[in-house]
Design a protein around this ligand. Structure first.
Ligand code: ADP
Length: 665
């Protein structure tokens, strides 16, 4: 047998046994121990106690001395150095752009010869070449080490989900792995919220309490089961550890005497079941006295255990004069006047509650502040998109430009989607306003030229005083006025058609007649310029359309083909019945249109290439498109410079309200 004390170097750290070195040490005392890494400060978790050791076991290292106030001061300074080391660690990680490693803690050796910095990362991550710069910054040897999530949580400390300090920080580390089996044995629902701790791994308390539950489950009937007792039948409602111990120890003592009781207690201790229990057997003869309890429980007045009145009641409470903790003891009386007593101290529970009470108000204030601050921050964050919209609207009102957009974050929440919709709307308004402005500019430009010419003609007629000149000028003035009037009429037609207000007098129209009329208008010019003009289309083809407007469409397309085809070229017009609609195509071998201009030829007042094209209003195709679309059809064009052009308009054959073309009249 040898004397030993158990110590831990950090809260919840591994427990080490040391030789007390002649000192009488009690629980919670602070001591300086010699370790392979130099002197370290430690806290006693089990005071002087005897341990069985064989001569082959290596000698226990001795405790050097009790810690002094100067040592405690040094611990404080080391903590400050640890905080500095953490800042330096964060700086170096940031400088190197390492984002996946998160610093956890700094452990400064008591003699400051070494600092161990720990970090966590989702995957195995080695931080190479980082200890050198840190060592020179902190003027001390620095080791950098990755820790598991459980170890990181232990080092961070703080409260667990149940309230008191986390098990991983408070209690010595457990050797055995924590498994789901443990949760099952303890009837804990397999719900991640109930079985995982703050570190994301299975809770440590599952392991600490497991031996008690396992031992119970091995012996006790399940809760809710009907059982027979000497007092009659009953249902198991819950488990009481202390009662259970008392009954077991009493029964064992009755069965196998003191030796049997000792064997059972040893077995339980091996399983970690009654570490903190007092067990006492008192007989009528003094030699039957047997008592075991943790050394620090000496502060309770244990002589009260012999109080006959309390023994008769079955339960007694003994208060410690030192710290007010209570020892609850149950007494069972056996035949022959032997008493078995089992007790449990409330010290650990009181400590937890004391800690909790001491910090409850601070925690409550912090929580209220956090809730208010968090609420403000969340409300501020949630309203950010609304503020952005307000700012965008303000910019548009101030600058009168529609180029500003609401910033979107791509989060797809309703406010973000609203921002995206507003942006779409702004885009359409911008296009519309731009289009209107462009059209107005074009109209102004297109009207200014004929009006200026008109004015010049009139002026020259007035100033010349010759009757022949005046007549000619008047004739030219009429021509220019017609041109202006034609432009305005075409523009108004296009606007009406685009706005959906164009009146269409629909009727059954034979396409063949309309095409032939339009061709007749251009026959002379085609002859003059040696253009071949051909039409292939069945005379039966009919459309439900406005005859006048249809004439405008066909005439414009043929006019363009004639206008933009070199002498000797070919123009062919064809129509194909496709069931629901008729496709009318005007194909020429003319000058063609460059691909960058092609999509724009349908715009109002657009002339593809004024240098190459004969003069026109630039309204023909926009009118064609507007009329065709007002009829429910659509237009398309393909062309290449020097390779001719193909314009196709597709018009529905049936009346708009008719469900099928065959039913049209
Ligand atoms: P315009 O009165 O100028 O002909 P349009 O709206 O009818 O106006 O046509 C727009 C532009 O498209 C024309 O200026 C011309 O450059 C081009 N274009 C139209 N039809 C043809 C064609 N068959 N061949 C080549 N260019 C054409």
């Amino acid at each position: 047998m040898a004397w030993a004390v158990n110590v831990v170097f950090s809260p919840g750290g591994k427990v080490y046994s040391f030789d007390p070195n002649g000192l009488e040490l009690a629980w919670d005392e602070r001591v300086i121990c010699g370790t392979s890494r130099g002197p370290e400060i430690a806290r006693v978790v089990t005071g002087n106690h005897e341990v069985e050791r064989s001569p082959r076991d290596p000698a226990l290292r001795p405790i050097e001395r009790r810690a002094t106030p100067a040592d405690e001061e040094r611990v404080k300074e080391n903590r400050a150095l640890g905080r500095k080391a953490m800042l330096a660690f964060r700086d170096v990680l940031r400088e190197r752009g390492i984002e996946n490693a998160r610093p956890v803690g700094a452990d400064v050796a008591f003699d400051r010869s070494r600092i161990a910095l720990t970090y966590r990362a989702d995957e195995r991550t080695e931080l190479r070449g980082i200890s050198g710069p840190l060592s020179s910054r902190l003027s001390c040897r620095v080791e950098v080490r990755q820790v598991s999530p459980r170890e990181a949580a232990r080092q961070c400390g703080g409260g667990g989900m149940c309230g008191p300090v986390r098990c991983c920080t408070r209690f010595p580390s457990h050797e055995q792995p924590i498994t789901l089996r443990m949760a099952k044995d303890q009837d804990v629902p397999m719900n991640p919220g109930r079985i995982t701790g703050l570190c994301g791994r299975l809770r440590c308390c599952l392991a600490f309490e497991h031996p008690v539950y396992r031992s119970f489950r091995d012996r006790a009937p399940a809760v809710g089961r009907m059982v027979k007792t000497p007092q009659g039948r009953g249902i198991v409602r819950n488990y009481k550890v202390l009662d259970d111990m008392l009954v077991r120890y009493r029964n064992e003592y009755q069965r196998a005497g003191l030796n049997g009781l000792n064997a059972l207690m040893d077995a339980d201790e091996g399983e970690g079941l009654h570490e903190r229990l007092l067990v006492r057997v008192v007989g009528p003869q003094p030699e039957l006295e047997h008592s075991t309890h943790p050394p620090s429980w000496g502060t309770f007045d244990l002589s009260r255990l012999d109080d006959p009145a309390a023994q008769a009641r079955g339960w007694m409470s003994i208060e410690s004069p030192d710290d007010g903790s209570v020892l609850e003891v149950g007494t069972a009386r056996l035949a022959g006047g032997v008493l078995v007593q089992v007790g449990r101290s409330s010290r650990v529970r009181d400590e937890l509650l004391g800690n909790f009470r001491a910090h409850a108000i601070e925690v409550a204030i912090a929580l209220v502040l956090l809730a208010v601050g968090g609420g403000i921050a969340i409300a501020h964050g949630a309203l950010a998109p609304v503020r952005d919209m307000q700012a965008t609207a303000g910019t548009i009102l101030r600058t009168r430009r529609y180029t500003a957009r609401v910033p979107t974050r791509g989060t797809r929440d309703p406010l973000d989607q609203l921002g995206a919709r507003i942006n779409e709307m702004l885009g359409q308004i911008e296009t519309l306003v731009g289009g209107m402005k462009g059209a107005l500019d074009n109209v102004a430009h297109d009207l200014r030229t004929p009006l200026t010419r008109l004015r010049n003609v009139a002026e020259s007629a007035l100033t010349s005083g010759q009757s022949g000149v005046a007549e000619e000028a008047l004739a030219r003035a009429v021509e220019e006025a017609d041109r202006v009037s034609a432009t305005l009429t075409a523009l108004m037609d296009v606007s009406e058609a685009e706005a959906g207000t164009m009146r269409l007098n629909r009727e059954q129209v034979a396409l063949d007649a309309v095409v032939r009329e339009a061709m007749a208008l251009h026959e002379d010019e085609a002859d003059d310029r040696r253009l071949s003009l051909t039409w292939t289309g069945s005379p039966e083809l009919t459309l439900w359309a406005d005859r006048t407007r249809l004439r405008q469409v066909v005439a414009n397309l043929i006019e363009n083909a004639v206008k933009y085809t070199e002498p000797g070229g070919r123009i062919s017009i064809e129509a194909v019945d496709r069931g629901h609609d008729i496709a009318l195509t005007v194909r020429d071998t003319g000058i063609g249109i460059a691909s960058e201009h092609l999509p724009l030829v349908w715009d109002r007042l657009y002339r593809a290439d004024p240098a190459r094209s004969p003069r026109g209003l630039g309204l023909g195709l926009s009118l064609v498109k507007a009329i065709v679309e007002a009829h429910g059809g659509h237009v398309s064009a393909s062309s290449a410079i020097g390779g001719g052009s193909v314009f196709t308009v597709t018009l529905p054959t049936a009346r708009p309200q008719d469900p099928h073309p065959l039913t049209s009249s």
